[in-house]
Write a protein that binds this ligand. Structure first.
Ligand code: UDP
Ligand code: MG
Length: 322
């Protein structure tokens, strides 16, 4: 069985962690090749996602020191998902298996062994799943877990507590290359591709150094992207809400109409309730228009068909196949 493994690591301003990450990945590479789990032609590929610090210089130095380390330099910051995609599409024809992993050592490097073993036992996709969120703050845990639950409700097929630490075989990468969408949400795409898959459970560590590149604002927009790129359920909910409100209004109308004849109560007192309902419905309409706008925005960016990223330079050794 061919087993050239490429580990793809997206990096955005990761100068603080790269020396340690590269050291640990190299140790893992040696271990895996000694155990004959992967071929010696395997590589560790860092994707520099338009970092403003010395990330690319570190990657270049690592490549000069050891050809095991390769590098891809994007022309500007395009976000985690695009950086991962750039890495995967570049290595697609060079490797048999690819693993994507965060640079900050939060994903457990020791889970790679089991991932590769599961690949050898016939799985095309192996998801790294967090066994617990002990190291997360309450807030992060709560928002993240609600996100997975909400995605399920919205009809998006995601693996619970799995981020972007996963193994994919070459044929999964080929299938992935057919997904041309601009609004990338890999966690939703990969389960859609299918093939036999399995999970590996790991403890997620704290970030080794540096700080998170995913502040709340980015996390929220990522969640909205995930839902609106995969599900039209929100649009259906809007339509259904409209129907329910209309039906209730008709009932209320009859109630008021009949009430007018049956009892003699003066109804002019209803000013506050009228104001409340006007504001409530106004707000609801703007919110719903916003959701529709979100979809139209998606169609707009998809319709332009712009490239998701531009590669400025690559560092691969000459013996590589391409
Ligand atoms: N990352 C990236 N581009 C970005 C933001 C993040 O390539 O615009 C990388 C980052 O270097 C890291 C991974 O994506 O390797 C996950 O980011 P981070 O650890 O900051 O996210 P968190 O774990 O806090 O959700
Ligand atoms: Mg992280």
């Amino acid at each position: 069985m061919r087993n050239i493994l490429y580990i793809v690591v997206p990096c955005y301003n990761e100068e603080a962690v790269l020396p340690e990450t590269s050291k640990r990945l190299l140790e893992k590479y040696k271990e895996l090749t000694e155990e004959k789990l992967i071929s010696e032609e395997s590589r560790i590929v860092f994707v520099n996602d338009g970092s403003k610090d010395s990330t690319w210089e570190i990657i270049s130095r690592l490549h000069d020191e050891n050809i095991i380390f390769s590098g891809i330099n994007l022309s500007k910051n395009k976000g985690h998902q695009n950086a991962v995609m750039a890495g995967l599409m570049t290595v697609k024809d060079r490797c048999d298996i690819a693993i994507t992993l965060d640079a900050d050592l939060q994903d457990d490097i020791n889970a790679i062994d089991e991932m590769v073993k599961k690949y050898h036992s016939g799985n095309d996709v192996v998801y790294g799943v967090r066994s617990s969120r002990k190291t997360d703050t309450f807030f992060k845990r709560f928002t993240a877990e609600s996100f997975y639950k909400f995605m399920k409700i919205m009809g998006v097929d995601v693996v619970f507590n799995h981020a972007d630490f996963r193994l994919m075989s070459n044929r999964v990468l080929d299938a992935l290359s057919e997904y041309k969408e601009f609004n990338l949400f890999l966690r939703g795409i990969i389960p859609q591709i299918g093939f036999k898959s399995d999970c590996v459970y790991y403890e997620r560590h704290e970030r080794f150094a540096g700080e998170s590149k995913y502040p709340l604002k980015k996390m929220l927009s990522f969640a909205v992207d995930g839902i609106t790129s995969f599900s039209v359920k929100p649009l259906k909910i809007i339509a259904n809400t409209g129907i329910i409100i209309s039906a209730l209004s008709i009932i209320a109308f009859f109630w008021v109409f009949i009430g007018h004849f049956v009892s003699n109560s003066a109804t002019a007192l209803g000013w506050p309730s009228i104001m409340c309902s006007i504001w409530f419905l106004g707000g609801l309409q703007i919110f719903f228009l916003g959701i529709i706008g979100e979809y139209i925005g998606k169609i707009y960016s998809e319709a332009k068909g712009r490239p998701r990223y531009v590669i400025q330079s690559e560092l691969f050794d000459d013996n590589d196949k391409i």
